[in-house]
Ligand binder design. Structure first.
Ligand code: SF4
Length: 250
Protein backbone atom coordinates (compact mmCIF):
# COMPACT_ATOMS: atom_id res chain seq x y z
CA UNK A 1 0.00 0.00 0.00
CA UNK A 2 1.20 3.49 -0.84
CA UNK A 3 1.03 6.30 1.68
CA UNK A 4 -0.35 9.25 -0.28
CA UNK A 5 -1.24 12.77 0.74
CA UNK A 6 -2.50 14.34 -2.49
CA UNK A 7 -2.98 13.88 -6.20
CA UNK A 8 -3.49 17.15 -8.05
CA UNK A 9 -3.14 18.83 -11.42
CA UNK A 10 -2.83 19.64 -14.18
CA UNK A 11 -0.53 22.36 -12.96
CA UNK A 12 2.97 23.68 -13.68
CA UNK A 13 6.11 22.41 -12.05
CA UNK A 14 6.93 25.36 -9.81
CA UNK A 15 10.60 24.80 -9.09
CA UNK A 16 13.90 23.68 -10.52
CA UNK A 17 15.07 22.85 -14.01
CA UNK A 18 11.59 21.82 -15.20
CA UNK A 19 9.82 24.91 -13.82
CA UNK A 20 6.90 25.98 -15.94
CA UNK A 21 6.32 22.58 -17.55
CA UNK A 22 2.88 20.97 -17.56
CA UNK A 23 2.55 18.21 -14.96
CA UNK A 24 0.48 16.26 -12.48
CA UNK A 25 1.56 15.93 -8.85
CA UNK A 26 1.62 12.74 -6.81
CA UNK A 27 2.44 13.83 -3.27
CA UNK A 28 3.38 11.09 -0.84
CA UNK A 29 2.82 11.14 2.90
CA UNK A 30 5.68 11.05 5.45
CA UNK A 31 9.21 12.42 5.39
CA UNK A 32 12.52 11.59 7.05
CA UNK A 33 13.41 15.29 7.47
CA UNK A 34 11.82 17.98 9.64
CA UNK A 35 12.50 21.27 7.86
CA UNK A 36 11.45 24.28 9.90
CA UNK A 37 10.20 26.12 6.78
CA UNK A 38 8.59 23.10 5.09
CA UNK A 39 5.68 24.15 2.88
CA UNK A 40 4.13 20.67 2.94
CA UNK A 41 4.35 19.97 6.66
CA UNK A 42 0.87 18.45 6.46
CA UNK A 43 2.60 15.34 5.10
CA UNK A 44 4.57 14.73 8.32
CA UNK A 45 3.93 17.21 11.15
CA UNK A 46 1.11 15.13 12.64
CA UNK A 47 2.42 14.75 16.20
CA UNK A 48 3.15 17.42 18.79
CA UNK A 49 6.87 16.60 18.69
CA UNK A 50 7.07 16.96 14.91
CA UNK A 51 4.90 20.08 14.87
CA UNK A 52 7.31 21.69 17.32
CA UNK A 53 10.04 21.40 14.66
CA UNK A 54 8.16 23.67 12.27
CA UNK A 55 8.18 27.44 12.18
CA UNK A 56 4.42 27.63 12.71
CA UNK A 57 4.27 24.92 15.38
CA UNK A 58 1.01 23.74 13.83
CA UNK A 59 0.11 20.08 14.27
CA UNK A 60 -1.74 18.73 11.24
CA UNK A 61 -4.47 16.09 11.29
CA UNK A 62 -3.27 12.76 9.92
CA UNK A 63 -6.90 11.98 9.00
CA UNK A 64 -7.61 15.24 7.19
CA UNK A 65 -9.54 14.12 4.07
CA UNK A 66 -7.84 16.64 1.80
CA UNK A 67 -4.16 16.49 2.82
CA UNK A 68 -3.90 13.68 5.36
CA UNK A 69 -2.78 10.08 4.93
CA UNK A 70 -4.51 7.92 2.33
CA UNK A 71 -3.49 4.27 2.02
CA UNK A 72 -3.84 3.45 -1.68
CA UNK A 73 -3.21 0.46 -3.90
CA UNK A 74 -1.28 1.17 -7.13
CA UNK A 75 -4.53 0.91 -9.14
CA UNK A 76 -6.17 3.49 -6.85
CA UNK A 77 -3.34 5.92 -7.56
CA UNK A 78 -3.65 5.39 -11.31
CA UNK A 79 -7.43 5.83 -11.10
CA UNK A 80 -6.94 9.03 -9.14
CA UNK A 81 -4.58 10.38 -11.77
CA UNK A 82 -7.01 9.36 -14.50
CA UNK A 83 -9.65 11.59 -12.89
CA UNK A 84 -7.28 14.54 -13.25
CA UNK A 85 -6.02 13.92 -16.77
CA UNK A 86 -6.29 11.38 -19.56
CA UNK A 87 -3.08 9.72 -18.45
CA UNK A 88 -3.42 6.79 -20.86
CA UNK A 89 -3.31 8.92 -24.02
CA UNK A 90 -1.87 12.34 -23.10
CA UNK A 91 1.66 12.03 -21.71
CA UNK A 92 2.92 14.73 -19.38
CA UNK A 93 5.25 14.88 -16.38
CA UNK A 94 4.31 13.05 -13.21
CA UNK A 95 6.05 14.85 -10.36
CA UNK A 96 6.40 12.57 -7.36
CA UNK A 97 6.89 14.83 -4.38
CA UNK A 98 6.29 14.74 -0.68
CA UNK A 99 7.15 14.20 1.95
CA UNK A 100 9.98 11.96 0.81
CA UNK A 101 9.17 9.64 -2.13
CA UNK A 102 12.38 7.65 -1.70
CA UNK A 103 10.93 6.16 1.50
CA UNK A 104 8.37 4.30 -0.66
CA UNK A 105 10.45 3.18 -3.63
CA UNK A 106 9.35 -0.44 -3.69
CA UNK A 107 5.64 0.40 -3.62
CA UNK A 108 6.02 3.21 -6.16
CA UNK A 109 7.71 1.11 -8.85
CA UNK A 110 4.56 -0.55 -10.29
CA UNK A 111 2.74 2.80 -10.47
CA UNK A 112 5.65 4.60 -12.07
CA UNK A 113 6.34 1.73 -14.48
CA UNK A 114 2.77 1.96 -15.77
CA UNK A 115 3.06 5.71 -16.14
CA UNK A 116 6.33 5.32 -18.06
CA UNK A 117 4.64 2.72 -20.30
CA UNK A 118 1.97 5.31 -21.08
CA UNK A 119 4.71 7.72 -22.15
CA UNK A 120 5.03 10.02 -19.14
CA UNK A 121 8.18 11.48 -17.71
CA UNK A 122 8.60 10.68 -14.02
CA UNK A 123 10.33 13.35 -11.94
CA UNK A 124 11.24 12.53 -8.34
CA UNK A 125 11.63 15.27 -5.74
CA UNK A 126 13.91 14.16 -2.93
CA UNK A 127 16.08 15.56 -0.15
CA UNK A 128 18.83 13.16 -1.26
CA UNK A 129 19.30 11.09 1.90
CA UNK A 130 18.11 7.69 0.58
CA UNK A 131 19.80 6.04 -2.42
CA UNK A 132 17.71 4.79 -5.35
CA UNK A 133 17.36 1.05 -5.91
CA UNK A 134 18.07 -0.27 -9.40
CA UNK A 135 14.38 -1.09 -9.91
CA UNK A 136 13.31 2.38 -8.85
CA UNK A 137 15.96 4.11 -10.94
CA UNK A 138 14.79 2.20 -14.01
CA UNK A 139 11.42 4.02 -13.92
CA UNK A 140 12.73 7.52 -13.17
CA UNK A 141 13.30 10.18 -15.82
CA UNK A 142 14.75 12.89 -13.59
CA UNK A 143 15.66 13.44 -9.96
CA UNK A 144 15.13 16.91 -8.49
CA UNK A 145 17.44 16.64 -5.50
CA UNK A 146 17.15 19.28 -2.79
CA UNK A 147 19.79 18.62 -0.11
CA UNK A 148 18.92 20.45 3.06
CA UNK A 149 21.22 23.10 4.53
CA UNK A 150 21.65 24.16 8.17
CA UNK A 151 18.82 26.68 7.63
CA UNK A 152 16.38 23.73 7.52
CA UNK A 153 16.90 23.03 11.23
CA UNK A 154 17.80 19.37 10.62
CA UNK A 155 21.01 18.10 12.21
CA UNK A 156 23.92 17.53 9.83
CA UNK A 157 24.07 13.74 10.15
CA UNK A 158 20.39 13.51 9.26
CA UNK A 159 20.27 15.90 6.32
CA UNK A 160 23.66 15.44 4.62
CA UNK A 161 24.51 12.09 3.00
CA UNK A 162 27.31 12.74 0.50
CA UNK A 163 27.41 9.11 -0.68
CA UNK A 164 23.70 9.30 -1.55
CA UNK A 165 24.17 12.58 -3.42
CA UNK A 166 27.05 10.97 -5.33
CA UNK A 167 24.87 7.96 -6.18
CA UNK A 168 22.09 10.21 -7.46
CA UNK A 169 24.57 12.22 -9.51
CA UNK A 170 25.97 8.97 -10.95
CA UNK A 171 22.56 8.16 -12.47
CA UNK A 172 23.08 11.11 -14.83
CA UNK A 173 19.48 12.14 -14.16
CA UNK A 174 19.88 14.44 -11.15
CA UNK A 175 19.58 18.19 -10.80
CA UNK A 176 20.46 19.77 -7.46
CA UNK A 177 18.49 22.61 -5.91
CA UNK A 178 19.34 24.33 -2.64
CA UNK A 179 16.92 26.45 -0.62
CA UNK A 180 18.56 29.73 0.39
CA UNK A 181 17.19 31.99 3.11
CA UNK A 182 17.78 35.65 3.93
CA UNK A 183 21.30 34.81 5.17
CA UNK A 184 22.39 34.04 1.64
CA UNK A 185 26.16 34.41 2.19
CA UNK A 186 26.15 31.71 4.87
CA UNK A 187 23.89 29.47 2.78
CA UNK A 188 25.88 29.89 -0.44
CA UNK A 189 29.09 29.04 1.43
CA UNK A 190 27.43 25.82 2.59
CA UNK A 191 26.30 25.05 -0.97
CA UNK A 192 29.88 25.60 -2.16
CA UNK A 193 31.14 23.12 0.41
CA UNK A 194 28.65 20.43 -0.64
CA UNK A 195 29.28 20.98 -4.36
CA UNK A 196 33.03 20.59 -3.79
CA UNK A 197 32.69 17.70 -1.33
CA UNK A 198 30.51 15.62 -3.69
CA UNK A 199 32.04 16.93 -6.94
CA UNK A 200 28.68 18.05 -8.27
CA UNK A 201 28.69 19.78 -11.69
CA UNK A 202 27.85 23.45 -11.12
CA UNK A 203 25.76 23.52 -14.29
CA UNK A 204 23.34 21.11 -12.58
CA UNK A 205 23.09 23.26 -9.43
CA UNK A 206 20.35 25.79 -8.79
CA UNK A 207 19.62 27.93 -5.77
CA UNK A 208 16.11 28.93 -4.82
CA UNK A 209 14.84 31.53 -2.36
CA UNK A 210 12.88 30.23 0.61
CA UNK A 211 9.52 31.87 1.22
CA UNK A 212 5.82 31.27 0.77
CA UNK A 213 5.05 34.74 -0.57
CA UNK A 214 6.15 36.55 -3.70
CA UNK A 215 7.83 39.61 -2.10
CA UNK A 216 10.07 37.44 0.14
CA UNK A 217 11.05 35.31 -2.87
CA UNK A 218 11.97 38.36 -4.92
CA UNK A 219 13.95 40.08 -2.16
CA UNK A 220 16.05 36.99 -1.42
CA UNK A 221 16.53 36.27 -5.13
CA UNK A 222 17.75 39.79 -5.82
CA UNK A 223 20.26 39.53 -3.01
CA UNK A 224 21.70 36.19 -4.03
CA UNK A 225 21.45 36.16 -7.83
CA UNK A 226 24.80 37.80 -8.60
CA UNK A 227 26.89 35.76 -6.13
CA UNK A 228 25.08 32.62 -7.36
CA UNK A 229 25.75 33.40 -11.03
CA UNK A 230 29.41 34.15 -10.27
CA UNK A 231 29.72 30.61 -8.90
CA UNK A 232 28.08 29.06 -11.97
CA UNK A 233 24.79 28.23 -10.22
CA UNK A 234 21.36 28.76 -11.73
CA UNK A 235 18.42 30.48 -10.05
CA UNK A 236 15.04 28.87 -9.46
CA UNK A 237 11.95 30.76 -8.41
CA UNK A 238 8.91 29.15 -6.82
CA UNK A 239 6.56 29.81 -9.73
CA UNK A 240 3.44 28.49 -7.99
CA UNK A 241 3.89 31.06 -5.19
CA UNK A 242 3.64 33.90 -7.69
CA UNK A 243 0.67 32.34 -9.45
CA UNK A 244 -1.34 30.87 -6.60
CA UNK A 245 0.12 32.08 -3.27
CA UNK A 246 1.39 28.63 -2.28
CA UNK A 247 -2.09 27.09 -2.57
CA UNK A 248 -1.44 23.41 -1.65
CA UNK A 249 -3.82 22.26 -4.42
CA UNK A 250 -1.83 24.00 -7.19
S1 SF4 B 1 12.46 17.32 3.01
FE1 SF4 B 1 10.85 18.44 1.93
S2 SF4 B 1 8.91 17.52 2.62
FE2 SF4 B 1 10.52 16.85 4.03
S3 SF4 B 1 10.41 18.31 5.74
FE3 SF4 B 1 11.97 19.09 4.28
S4 SF4 B 1 10.88 20.49 2.88
FE4 SF4 B 1 9.33 19.23 3.97
Amino acid sequence: MLKISQLFGPTVQGEGSAAGRHCLFLRVFDCNQECTWCDTAYTWAVTDAKAAKTRSGHRYDRHDPAYGLKLMEPDDVLSGLRKLWDVQTRPTIIVVSGGEPMMQQQDLVPVLQQLRDWGHEVHIETAGTIPPTAAFDSVVTQYNVSPKLANSGNRLSKRYKPAVLAALHATGKAWFKFVVTGDHERDLAEVDHIVADVSLPVQRVMVMPEGSDGPTNITTAQQMVDPALARGYGLSFRTHVFLWNDDPDR
